[in-house]
Design a protein around this ligand. Structure first.
Ligand code: SF4
Ligand code: SF4
Length: 318
């Protein structure tokens, strides 16, 4: 966990500024929930895909983190302070959680269809902080080139939840180390080429310039739910035959528009639909999570170490 000062959000878009959720908050507490490395083993071997989306994704966000948030909120309350919970919902924001756009009106945008400000000085609900920037504000680590958040303990292996509170706590300093060394393994191993090797995004947070590779979010989305045959054993080879450029989609060689992603998503759901709500996370973070983790472990960048390396066999590809 880490504690961030609220004024570090200065300059954030109003719809992502948690000071509008709890104006009296003195700090934001960031909680990082580890994804145990063994949750990724089945996908790494290509023989068991269920546990990572279920245990490493939905269970952390929907079960474990909410329980911890509740305990913490009650603890703060027992001491006379308010604890405002912000869990990872991936939904119901005034701007799209996928792209940050205010304009999208997609069938599967996971954004609310309409909301308006309740007063002239407030943004329309639901305000939702940018989780990775909030984690940076709490001093937990850095945003890697992949745009995944990296901590010195677990590298890319965690999910976040946050608590706003009026408890007078001392903020932690911003993270001063350097974890990502721009090795570009995340770019190379992403099945759909969602992370640009050349284009980057820069933002200034709390006086620091942060930079990561441009992520094509909808491209990541369809790769993550398993549109690429080489990395998805549940996908028949003729699955996209009826789509224009179906072979290119199957090979991860085409950048899809949001509407095309929706078409792909519907086809995929004819073949599998487990870990409901998480689209199955079939790619298992092949580039941004696993390749990055392997690299950071091999180069001794992480403080949590293992008796055995994670990767001892060549990664499978169909
Ligand atoms: S794989 Fe390499 S470049 Fe990508 S985020 Fe990890 S350390 Fe950075
Ligand atoms: S989740 Fe998968 S598709 Fe998305 S960037 Fe990471 S490796 Fe690429």
């Amino acid at each position: 966990m880490g504690i961030g000062a609220m004024d570090r959000f200065e300059g954030a878009p109003k719809e992502m500024d948690p000071r509008y959720i709890f104006p009296e908050a003195k700090v934001i507490i960031g909680l990082a929930f580890r994804i145990p490395r063994g949750y990724l083993r089945g996908i790494e071997e290509g023989t068991h895909f269920y546990q990572y989306p279920a245990m490493g994704y939905s269970s952390i966000n929907e079960v474990y983190a909410p329980v911890v948030l509740r305990e913490l909120a009650c603890f703060l309350e027992d001491n006379g302070y308010e604890g405002v919970v912000i869990r990872n919902t991936g939904a119901r924001m005034v701007c799209s959680d996928v792209t940050g756009s205010y304009e999208e009106s997609l069938e599967f945008g996971r954004r609310i269809r309409y909301s308006e400000p309740v007063a002239p000085d407030r943004p329309a609900p639901d305000v939702m902080p940018h989780f990775r920037i909030a984690a940076f504000i709490c001093g937990l680590g850095e945003i890697g080139y992949s745009k995944l958040f990296l901590t010195p303990e677990f590298g890319p292996r965690q999910r976040f939840a946050f608590m706003l509170t009026d408890t007078p706590l001392e903020p932690d300093p911003l993270f001063d180390g350097e974890i990502c060394d721009r090795c570009m393994q995340c770019v190379k191993d992403c099945p759909v080429g969602a992370i640009s090797a050349t284009e980057t995004v820069k933002v200034t947070v709390a006086g620091r310039e942060l930079e990561w590779g441009r992520l094509a979010e909808w491209q990541c989305f369809h790769g993550y739910v398993g549109s690429v045959k080489e990395t998805n054993p549940f996908l028949p080879r003729d699955a996209f035959d009826k789509l224009p450029d179906g072979d290119k989609i199957l090979n991860g060689k085409k950048e899809l528009s949001p509407d095309e992603v929706l078409q792909v998503w519907k086809i995929l759901h004819q073949y599998y639909d487990y870990a409901a709500g998480y689209g199955s996370a079939i790619c298992g973070g092949r580039g941004c999570l696993r390749a990055c983790m392997v690299h950071l472990e091999e180069t001794g960048k992480l403080t949590r170490t293992f008796e055995r390396p994670f990767r001892t066999r060549k990664p499978w590809r169909l």
